[in-house]
Write a protein that binds this ligand. Structure first.
Ligand SMILES: *[C@@H]1O[C@H](CO)[C@@H](O)[C@H](O)[C@H]1NC(C)=O
Ligand SMILES: *[C@@H]1O[C@H](CO)[C@@H](O)[C@H](O)[C@H]1NC(C)=O
Ligand SMILES: *[C@@H]1O[C@H](CO)[C@@H](O)[C@H](O)[C@H]1NC(C)=O
Ligand SMILES: *[C@@H]1O[C@H](CO)[C@@H](O)[C@H](O)[C@H]1NC(C)=O
Length: 345
């Protein structure tokens, strides 16, 4: 019965998207039946080490229902993109597959975007005089730390700006250091710690107070809110000299030039569809209307059919492509150019 219901649902989606269903969703292509789904769910539980309380049947079934909706979402997301272009993003099972979209949003999509002024080349940087390299990656300069995992703490905004500070420090001739994200989560009083925050507000706080970021080993990540720990002004650390925040929508080529000139850029995207992302270049299913997640753009590549941004996320290495996402350049995909910040040390 479940199989029949699923097929009907696919047909409805197929009709909505394509206005026709018989070519895209034929019954022979879909192998979802209840036995199959239970097996996939058990495999997921094993792979992501879920240990549900055996006395809490309700949680188990709720997770299973969420998982089954995820599987249906993956079929839909994959079927639309694979017909259109090369290297399309792929969607499938990952550590978020037993969360409902609402649960995912509540925990992980907690960044707040500020409206920032439009970027104007003459005022804010050198205009595009020279040709840009066809690809550029701050990892090639040894300026990017390994992928971090924010766990169930909505501190993406802190991870993205601390990542930017780490990279700009190397760009300025310093050594690659891992700096304290927890310090920003605990001490940026104008944000909400693990409940969310804004990259611009956090950079404004760092720029005003000149608070020095200490190393991660001195102030380790706890994945929850804590009291701000203060250090003596003489204590070793890295402080911010200035920052810029701009809307680069329609000017992604300028944004590429600034990425090279200024260092990795902390941006806020709409990451609703990222719950299911497994790799490939995101070219569809990613609106720019609802900014909700902060990440760090560390490079770009324009050598293939589809030019893309290289984006460092903070959801661990089991998410996306070893923790990274690729986003098509030139269409403000996911709103990647809407709220862009650079930091200066
Ligand atoms: C469920 O689907 C699998 C293929 O994915 C098939 O081998 C199996 O026979 C199906 N089970 C039922 C009960 O239809
Ligand atoms: C896919 O890539 C190949 C080779 O790179 C190219 O010839 C083809 O036109 C591309 N197709 C689409 C739909 O972009
Ligand atoms: C950052 O702080 C400096 C003073 O140290 C100030 O001149 C500058 O305007 C500040 N930047 C922003 C964007 O507020
Ligand atoms: C950024 O600029 C574009 C075009 O100038 C505009 O449509 C968009 O609403 C702006 N985004 C934000 C978040 O202000």
């Amino acid at each position: 019965m479940a199989g029949v219901r699923n097929l009907m649902l696919f047909s409805v989606i197929g009709q909505l998207i394509f206005g026709c269903c018989n070519t895209v969703f034929s019954a022979t292509k879909i192998h979802i039946n209840s036995t199959d789904e239970i097996e996939k769910f058990e495999l997921f539980n094993h792979q992501f080490r879920r240990n549900y309380d055996v006395n809490n049947q309700q949680e188990y079934y709720q997770r299973k229902i969420n998982f089954e909706s995820s599987i249906r979402r993956h079929v839909y997301l994959n079927s639309v993109s694979k017909h259109l272009t090369n290297h399309s993003a792929k969607y499938g099972v990952n550590q978020f597959s037993d969360l409902s979209p609402e649960q995912f949003r509540e925990t992980y999509l907690t960044a707040q975007a500020k409206v920032v002024p439009k970027y104007t080349p003459l005022k804010h940087g050198n205009s595009l005089k020279r040709n840009l390299p066809t690809k550029f990656d701050w990892r090639d300069k040894g300026a990017v730390n390994p992928i971090q995992n924010q766990e169930a703490c909505g501190g993406c905004w802190a991870f993205s700006i601390v990542g930017a500070v780490e990279s700009v420090h190397v760009k300025n001739g310093g050594a690659l250091k891992q700096l304290s994200v927890q310090q920003v989560i605990d001490c940026s009083y104008n944000n909400h710690g693990c409940n969310g925050g804004s990259t611009v507000t956090a950079l404004d706080w760092l720029n005003k107070t000149k608070e020095k970021l200490v190393s991660q080993s001195e102030y380790p990540f706890k994945a929850k809110n804590g009291m701000c720990h203060y250090f003596a002004p003489s204590h070793d650390g890295i402080s911010v000299k200035n920052y810029q925040a701009h809307n680069f929508s329609g000017q992604e080529k300028e944004m590429m030039a600034r990425l090279i000139e200024w260092g990795p850029l902390a941006v806020i995207v709409d990451a609703v569809s990222w719950q299911d992302y497994l790799g490939g270049i995101i070219q569809h299913h990613c609106s720019s209307h609802n900014p909700n997640h902060a990440v760090l753009v560390i490079g770009y590549d324009t050598t293939g059919d589809v030019p893309y941004w290289i984006v460092r996320n903070s959801w661990g290495t089991s998410w996306g492509d070893e923790g990274y996402a690729y986003i098509k350049i030139g269409a403000n995909m996911c709103g990647i150019a809407d709220s862009v910040t650079a930091v200066f040390l």
